[in-house]
Design a protein around this ligand. Structure first.
Ligand code: GAR
Length: 201
């Protein structure tokens, strides 16, 4: 049984898709907490209405990124968390945090990594003029959106796409592959060899 925390900064639609998948598929996952770094983030209300305890830990209450990461790690460990899903969590976790949960942190990113890491991935894809984009679920390492890739899904980029229309199309796929990746992790079906993630039958 995984003891999972979901970290989110905004709308929380990926958080909702993870919670619903755990319930619907009766996955061996206990969702211990939803944690945000933004005051009044909509994901908090969504977590409440799903019956998941939600918490707000604000960077402004800490003197450095390192201290914030440390407080966050300790908070999660106190709650018994052993696995973390980043779901639109706009904060680059430092190396020490990552090493405390190595191989146990997943992230979803709205591009086909390694293309367009970082902020505004959909805008980057449109500006570059790619014809295909998509989303990626990956393990988190010390870099920016750089850890081993678990699942990817593609979407076409259409001639008259805006950031909003492309983001919407990608989001539909995000809600498919993130729960699937969590399921694979929970069922012990992911084996990591360097950069390769093997999915066991
Ligand atoms: C999602 O599109 C997610 O892929 C993206 O933020 C959005 C959060 O939406 N994450 C990143 O860009 C991380 N680099 P949500 O709050 O509705 O899940």
């Amino acid at each position: 049984m995984l003891n999972l925390a979901i970290l989110a900064s905004g709308r929380g639609s990926n958080m909702v898709s993870l919670v619903e998948a755990v319930k619907k598929k009766d996955l061996p996952v206990k969702i211990v907490a939803v944690v945000t770094n933004k005051i009044g983030a909509p994901c908090l209300d969504k977590a409440d209405s799903l019956g998941i305890p939600s918490y707000c830990l604000l960077p402004k209450d800490f003197s450095s990124r390192f201290e914030y990461d440390q407080a966050l790690a300790e908070f999660l460990l106190e709650k018994g968390v052993d696995t973390i899903c980043l779901a639109g969590f706009m904060w680059l976790l430092g190396a020490e945090f990552v090493s405390r949960f190595r191989g146990r942190i997943l992230n979803i990113h709205p591009s086909l990594l390694p293309a367009f890491p970082g902020l505004e991935a959909q805008k980057q894809a449109l500006s570059y003029g790619v014809k295909i984009s998509g989303c990626t679920v990956h393990f988190v390492d010390e870099g920016l959106d750089s850890g081993p890739i678990i699942l990817q899904e593609t979407v076409p980029v259409l001639t008259f796409d805006t950031v909003e229309s492309l983001s919407e199309r990608i989001l539909v796929k995000e809600h498919e592959i993130y729960p699937r990746a969590l399921e694979l992790l929970a069922l012990g079906k992911l084996k990591v060899f360097g950069r390769q993630v093997e999915i066991m039958k």
